[in-house]
Ligand binder design. Structure first.
Ligand code: ADE
Ligand code: ZN
Length: 330
């Protein structure tokens, strides 16, 4: 297909990427060995074979277990450097990366270790190749708001040291039963502090969670948001405001948010005028990075070149760069 080559070569932004979700089985085994951590799998093949998910929670259980091999600053650096190499192979020019400190601090890893490893790799790539990036610290919504506040307090002393990278706050993990309203106060505090705000909403949870993220948390982007389609008034609002949705097609397929890629609503959302973008979420677990996500929807939904270009343009419009820096990506 001619469009495949066009997609591969097209400059891209990535706005929905969990760095812990880029840990490939090979690196997981290497880090397990380096840190003398036992893995409940005999081989890389055994581990990959376990990547068969029925819903978000069945994935999260493996994802948090896999993160247990991450212990040192070097581990976080190596994972991030490996992601950057994969992103650059897909012509990603700018990536805004989620990280989940609570997954690590719960295991006794200092939050400063997490920041230093991820930021070190991002800064080296920026210096070496001009690879653009930002860090979005995400709260785990299955934990309490009090726990989120404690994480924010632990991270704030690092803000000056990482002011070039740490721009935003996100909300992820088990969506159903953990509505945005649970984090109203900590988001209000983050807003006062001047952080850019995003949240996962409308992946497994209802359209009402998207409305909550907008009206109660005051986020400027919605991560996933595909269930917004169930509320026509919300759809109109998202189109009118050009609120970006960071959609993750292969993730939605693997986590059974859609049964078949041919049923994915990304083309309908795009055609309704929403600022939808394409992203990889947890590419080591879901079977593909940015180009693979574009290829999957282009084939299954028979996208035109104009639709593909609009998705990529939306990715530039939706990113946290200044208008001047966006124009360089265009
Ligand atoms: N953490 C990592 N990936 C996630 C996803 N797709 N939804 C919610 N939490 C996540
Ligand atoms: Zn996600």
């Amino acid at each position: 297909q001619a469009l495949d080559g066009f997609i591969a070569g097209m400059p891209k932004t990535e706005l929905h990427l969990h760095i812990e979700g880029t840990l490939e089985p090979e690196l997981m085994f290497a880090l397990a060995q380096r840190n003398q951590v036992a893995l409940p799998y005999a081989s890389v093949e055994d581990l990959r074979a376990a990547y068969n998910f029925s819903d978000l929670q069945s994935f999260l259980d493996l994802y948090y277990a896999g993160a247990n091999v991450l212990r040192t600053e070097q581990d976080f650096y190596d994972m991030t450097a490996a992601y950057i190499a994969r992103a650059q192979a897909d012509n990603v020019r700018h990536a805004e990366i989620f990280f989940d400190p609570q997954t690590h601090t719960e295991r006794g890893i200092p939050i400063a270790t997490v920041f230093a490893g991820i930021a070190g790799a991002l800064r080296d790539a920026r210096r070496r190749d001009g690879f653009g990036s930002a860090m979005i610290m995400s709260f785990l919504r299955h934990l309490s708001e009090e726990d989120a506040f404690a994480t924010l307090e632990a991270a704030l002393p690092l803000r000056d040291q990482y002011e070039d990278l740490w721009l935003g706050i996100g909300l992820d993990s088990s969506e159903r039963g953990n509505p945005p309203e649970k984090f109203e106060r900590v988001y209000a505090r983050c807003r006062e502090l001047g952080f850019r705000l995003v949240a996962h909403a409308g992946e497994e949870g209802p359209a009402a969670y998207v409305i909550g993220a907008l009206d109660v948390l005051h986020v400027e982007r919605i991560d996933h948001g595909v269930r917004s389609e169930e509320d026509p008034a919300l759809m109109q609002r998202l189109a009118q405001q050009r609120t970006p949705l960071t959609v993750c097609p292969l993730s939605n397929l693997k986590l059974c948010v859609v049964k078949d890629m041919a049923e994915h609503n990304i083309a309908r959302l795009l055609d309704a005028g929403l600022a939808v973008t394409v992203n990889s979420d947890d590419p080591a677990y879901f079977g593909g990075y940015m180009t693979a996500n574009y290829h999957a929807i282009a084939r299954s939904l028979d996208l035109s070149r104009a639709q593909v270009l609009q998705l990529a343009r939306n990715g530039i419009e939706a990113c946290f760069l200044s208008e001047e820096d966006k124009s360089i990506l265009m």
